[in-house]
Design a protein around this ligand. Sequence first.
Ligand code: KG4
Ligand code: ZN
Length: 336
Amino acid sequence: MEDVLILGIETSCDETAAAVVKNGEEVLSNVISSQVALHAEFGGVVPEIASRNHLEKIDEVIRLAIKEAGISMQELTAIAVTVGPGLVGALLVGVSEAKALAFALGKPLIPVHHIEGHIAANFISNPECEPPFVCLVASGGHSHLLLVEDYGKIRIYGRTRDDAAGEAFDKVARAVGLGYPGGPKLEKMAKEGNPHAYHFPTAKMEDAPYDFSFSGVKSAVLNEMNRKKMLGEEVRVADLCASFQENVTEVLSEKAIALCKELHINRLSIAGGVAANGKLREKMEEKAKQEGMEFFCPKLILCTDNAAMIAAAAYHEWKKGNFAGHDVNAYPSLSL
Ligand code: KG4
Ligand code: ZN
């Protein structure tokens, strides 16, 4: 069979990304232009700045992705793009670009759900990670515990009731003065601290055991910090970070393993920005090993937003002939 070369485009939040992936698993190029520095002074992503910057960068990022892949535009099999969920203005830049390219080149256009993209990052790093498997998707906007029954066929068992896991990392990091983006900075600080210095609460949800809630632990960290400040005591930020990270990664890994056991699935994976967290990767791997389960995680660069994961997810849609018309739009609240 002829090779399938898919150009993926991702602009749902604050990374302008384009990548070429061969046969759903071999990354020929993976270009990411991050806007982190632009948003840092505001302490979070500013939607209007994000859209404007995507507009400025998108052509160059795509041109580089094609060049680094060593192919011509005409050799592409299809164009894939994230259509949602995400910031509407940001998504529209990628969707418009993808539609224009697909039309001009006469190639099929494949719409991709951002979360399905994150899950598909596992297919690139680990081709042996085949459905069915349980996947924990934890990013800045989502925390889902789900079963991947087949490619593109997902059943959700748990979701967050309030903050997403990455959002909680970001908020705690900002409150303790680490700035934005919080996740990686908090992880670094936690390395200097004692993970058992504090025992923060974990939410129990009897009616939905696989749902998450991170606002309680987040508030507990902030309250402890404020209490110490009021008493004039030293605030050990590293201990707060380490204990917070211990709490969140323990909850995420415990629930993921419990779902595998209940469903009698012995293949587990993680995806999304928080999957880049070393403590989470370590805990998941350790617990999966104890239970005799296989554990997969994407390479670090494929955990946070990128377009290779979008092209990888699109490969399986291409096989099924799931193409979009040129009337496809951006869907900011697209559900799974
Ligand atoms: O998947 P992603 O790049 O964007 C969304 O789809 O949201 O995830 C970004 C999130 C942010 O909240 C960021 O703080 C978190 O992932 N994150 C981390 C780490 N790296 C990124 N959280 C914890 N530890 C990390 N090393
Ligand atoms: Zn993402």
